[in-house]
Write a protein that binds this ligand. Structure first.
Ligand SMILES: [Zn+2]
Ligand SMILES: [Zn+2]
Length: 253
C-alpha cells in the first residue's frame, strides 16, 4: 500500500497542513487538507474518504473537495465513510447548508458525495482495502481505523487519548507494518491533553507498550507551535522506533 501524507499536523501553520492521508491514490483517511496538496486530476480520482471525526482539522479539506468535484468535468462518486455518530456529525454540523452546502444533495441529478455508515469493529470492503473502524477516546465521537489489503496493513489512531480497543482489535493481525498514532501536545500540557482527548509523548509511551514491540510507530497530528518541543520529547522515548511523518512524502508498506 502507498500512503501519501497530504497533511501531517494537528492544525494549520505556514506550510503545515492539517491531518490528511491518501491511500493508493483513491482513499482518503481524514481530509483536513486535500486541495492544498493535490492537483485537480488527483482530487478527481478520490473515491472514498474515511473520516475519523468531525473536527475541522480533519474535514475542512473535505468541504472544499466536495465543491471542487461539483465543478469537475470527470469525477468518481465520493463515498464518505465512518461510524454512525461521525457520519451524523458531518450531516448535522458540517454539510448542513449553514456551515457548508449539503453536497449529498448537490447537484440533484448526481450528488457529489454519499455517506456510508460503517459497522463498528467489523472488517468491511472500502475500495481495494479492508477497513475495520474502532471507536477511540476523543472529545467527540471518533473512530480509529485498521486498514489492510490482504497482505499488509496499518493502524490509524484518529485523535485519541489513551485507549485499548484499537490496539486490541489489531492484536494478532498478520502483515501489520505500522501504527499511525497521534501526538498533539508536549508533556507539560498533559492536563489539556486529558480534557481534549489527545496524547503527549509521555502518554504515547504508555500506549505503544500495548503494541507489538517490533511495530514501527509513525507520529502525526503534532500541533505546529509545539513541534520542536514534542519532537525533542519523542526522541528521548524511543528514537529508533518512533518516526514523525513528513508531509508530502509517500510511505510504502
Ligand atoms: Zn485533530
Ligand atoms: Zn479532534
Amino acid at each position: 500500500m502507498k500512503i501519501r501524507v497530504l497533511g501531517a499536523y494537528g492544525a494549520e501553520g505556514l506550510g503545515q497542513r492539517p491531518t490528511s492521508f491518501l491511500v493508493n491514490d483513491r482513499i482518503l483517511i481524514d481530509a483536513g487538507t486535500v486541495g492544498g496538496a493535490l492537483t485537480l486530476p488527483e482530487q478527481s480520482q478520490i473515491e472514498h474518504a474515511l473520516i475519523t471525526h468531525s473536527h475541522l482539522d480533519h474535514v475542512a479539506g473535505l468541504a472544499f473537495l466536495a465543491e471542487t468535484l461539483a465543478f469537475a468535468e470527470t469525477r468518481s462518486p465520493l463515498t464518505v465513510a465512518s461510524l454512525e455518530p461521525v457520519v451524523n456529525a458531518l450531516r448535522v454540523g458540517v454539510f448542513n447548508n449553514m456551515a457548508w452546502p449539503d453536497f449529498a444533495q448537490i447537484p440533484a441529478e448526481a450528488p457529489v458525495m454519499k455517506y456510508r455508515t460503517l459497522v463498528e469493529e467489523a472488517e468491511q470492503r472500502v475500495g481495494d482495502t479492508w477497513v475495520t473502524p474502532v471507536a477511540v477516546n476523543h472529545a467527540v465521537p471518533t473512530s480509529g481505523f485498521i486498514v489492510h489489503d490482504g497482505s499488509t496493513g496499518f493502524l490509524f489512531s484518529g485523535d485519541t487519548g489513551p485507549t485499548d480497543a484499537l490496539w486490541k482489535a489489531a492484536r494478532g493481525l498478520r502483515g501489520l507494518r505500522a501504527a499511525f498514532v497521534e501526538c498533539a501536545f508536549p508533556n507539560r500540557m498533559a492536563d489539556l491533553a486529558a480534557v481534549a482527548g489527545h496524547l503527549t509523548p509521555e502518554l504515547l509511551r504508555r500506549e505503544i507498550d500495548k503494541l507489538p514491540a517490533d511495530l514501527p510507530v509513525w507520529i502525526y497530528h503534532v500541533k505546529p507551535q509545539f513541534y520542536d518541543e514534542i519532537a525533542g520529547e519523542l526522541a528521548r522515548i524511543d528514537a529508533a522506533r518512533l518516526t514523525i511523518l513528513e508531509q508530502d512524502k509517500t510511505y510504502t508498506i
